[in-house]
Design a protein around this ligand. Structure first.
Ligand SMILES: Cc1cc2nc3c(=O)[nH]c(=O)nc-3n(C[C@H](O)[C@H](O)[C@H](O)COP(=O)(O)OP(=O)(O)OC[C@H]3O[C@@H](n4cnc5c(N)ncnc54)[C@H](O)[C@@H]3O)c2cc1C
Ligand SMILES: NC(=O)c1ccc[n+]([C@@H]2O[C@H](COP(=O)([O-])OP(=O)(O)OC[C@H]3O[C@@H](n4cnc5c(N)ncnc54)[C@H](O)[C@@H]3O)[C@@H](O)[C@H]2O)c1
Length: 470
């Protein structure tokens, strides 16, 4: 018998924690996972990915936005959309997802301990429930910390949960604001800006940097900005928020340049802070950085050999999919199970309206590292499926090496972008060339056909160049 209550205790039940716990259980280990009663499934299910993506789906459906190309600019499924129309769908999906997480843990014999965990010593964890007296202490041979992040809140701003909110509190809004200031044009800010703009709020996005989504293809970001401006979004780049004042009639946001922006509400999406303050890390011999984050080695092991950390609490890339794999790999490493490292090719999906997705290199990266490439482009409006679904703006861009014809990057903008990208990802991961896409037969009419159209475009350009040089 082991000297510990559990072989593995996981703190946090988001994507990273869930997969660490289940991977440990599949290896036959005794596993427990700790989270608060109302947070099973993590930030991902309760306040982050799942609610925001469900809200987006509800917005797209009820506003009739994606059908306007076909039925006219005034088309709407529901005339007066209320916040409860939007939130009821969100609550429904959250409820189902929480049940799925609970059932998966249960059938894998993972004990779910409810409460807030803190270290008593490197192998002992105290779990404090919400009610007095609800207190357990467990010991573990190994620990995975998967406590995620929470919105960063500047100390000088008075958040009141009604008019001045962080991105978690958007889900508690009592009405759709007629106007909204979004502070920070990171992924969260720009996704919510898209949704509220689609709902008809007048949105102003304030971003201290000169540009947004700098890691994406600039041509696609330009297209997105064009679309958002068309929905009455105003961008204030290179501007910093210095003050937010609230009164009964609304809010006024003051920028460092002296500009003042009146709005019904203000949403802060200006970065996130690692959730490590409740953990009493010092008792485990650990220390977080100034943003509450933990550092780990290539196997997700912290400086204390038996304690691992995964997911958003270790920082970049801070995505649900990567967090899941980090969790699985941490558990495998902890129990000496062989596993491949995290795949190098990871897609990015941004659920703006329209959505963006890419995998591999950008044109800017290839240019700065002097890798010669050609671009193959397909526009949705030239695809039969694009016409059928009423998407006239979508595009798919392939970056192809002129040296060996391999795919170097895929960038998609428009309907289904976050799904479509995986075709290119699979071809790239298998070392495929553009010729595979030229020769492949795709179902017709589909958006996937964009790959063939773009591949033909790229090969036509490469051929023209070859003819000139030979
Ligand atoms: C608005 C928003 C939208 C997003 N959209 C996307 C998206 O579209 N795609 C995508 O890939 N990613 C998205 N993300 C990011 C994604 O949600 C995260 O990458 C993912 O949730 C991180 O998982 P995690 O394992 O780190 O745990 P998290 O999901 O962050 O959960 C951590 C859990 O730990 C618990 N916890 C913290 N401290 C303790 C403690 N002391 N004791 C017990 N439990 C504790 C918390 O209660 C929480 O339940 C989004 C995030 C936000 C905020
Ligand atoms: N689709 C997705 O994959 C998805 C969606 C949402 C969130 N996420 C993840 O969540 C994480 C957090 O996202 P985020 O958008 O909160 O953070 P972020 O750090 O990416 O963006 C915050 C932005 O706010 C700006 N900012 C900060 N203070 C400001 C001020 N006073 N005035 C004006 N601008 C200010 C910063 O310059 C920055 O651009 C991301 O790392 C992302 O990986 C992913």
């Amino acid at each position: 018998m082991s000297e510990y209550d559990y072989d593995l205790v996981v703190i946090g039940s988001g994507p990273g924690g869930q997969k660490a716990a289940i991977a440990g259980a599949k290896l036959g280990k005794r596993v427990a996972i700790v989270d608060r009663q109302d947070m099973v499934g993590g930030v991902c299910v309760n306040t982050g990915t799942i609610p925001s993506k469900t809200l987006r789906e509800a917005v797209l459906y009820l506003t009739g936005m994606s059908q306007r190309e076909l039925y006219g600019a005034s088309y709407r499924v529901k005339q007066d959309i209320t916040i409860s129309d939007l939130l009821s769908r969100t609550q429904h999906v959250i409820g189902r997802e929480v049940e799925v997480v609970r059932a998966q843990l249960h059938r894998n014999q993972v004990d779910l301990l409810t409460g807030t965990a803190r270290f008593v010593d490197p192998h002992t964890i105290a779990v404090q429930g919400t009610h007095r007296g609800e207190h357990t202490t467990v010991t573990a041979a190994r620990v995975v910390i998967a406590t995620g992040t929470r919105p960063a809140r500047p100390s000088q701003v008075d958040f009141d949960e009604a008019r001045v909110l962080d991105s978690d509190e958007v889900l508690q809004l009592e009405e759709i604001p007629s106007s909204l200031v979004v502070v920070g044009a990171g992924v969260i800010g720009i996704e919510y800006a898209s949704m509220f703009a689609a709902l008809g709020s007048r949105v102003t996005v304030v971003e201290q940097r000169e540009r947004m989504l700098e890691f994406c293809d600039p041509e696609i970001v330009e297209s997105l900005k064009f679309h958002l401006r068309d929905l009455a979004v105003t961008f204030r780049f290179g501007e910093k928020v210095v003050d937010v004042a609230v009164s009964d009639s609304g809010t006024v946001t003051t920028l460092a340049s002296g500009k003042r922006i009146p709005a019904a509400a203000v949403m802060y999406s200006a970065g996130r802070q690692g959730s490590t303050d409740a953990l009493d890390l010092a008792k485990a011999g650990l220390e977080a950085d100034h943003r509450g984050r933990l550092s780990v080695d290539a196997h997700y092991r912290t400086s204390v050999e038996h304690i691992y950390a995964v997911g958003d609490v270790i920082g970049f890339p801070a995505l649900a999919a990567t967090s899941m794999d980090q969790g699985r790999l941490a558990a495998y490493h902890a129990f000496g199970e062989e596993a491949n490292e995290l795949a190098a090719l990871q897609p990015i999906g941004i659920y703006t309206i329209p959505e963006i997705s890419y995998v591999g290199a950008t044109e800017a990266e290839l240019t700065s590292s002097a890798v010669p490439y050609e671009v193959g482009l397909a526009r949705y409006r030239e695809l039969a499926r694009g016409q059928i679904v009423g998407d006239a703006y979508g595009m798919l861009k392939l970056l192809v090496s002129t040296a060996d014809r391999k795919l170097l990057g895929v960038h998609v903008f428009g309907t289904g972008a976050t799904d479509l990208v995986h075709i290119g990802q699979a071809v790239m991961a298998c070392g495929g060339t553009v010729d595979y896409l030229v020769d492949a037969v795709f179902n017709y009419p589909t958006l996937s056909e964009a790959y063939k159209v773009a591949a033909l475009d790229a090969t036509n350009k490469i051929r023209a160049l070859d003819r000139f040089t030979t």
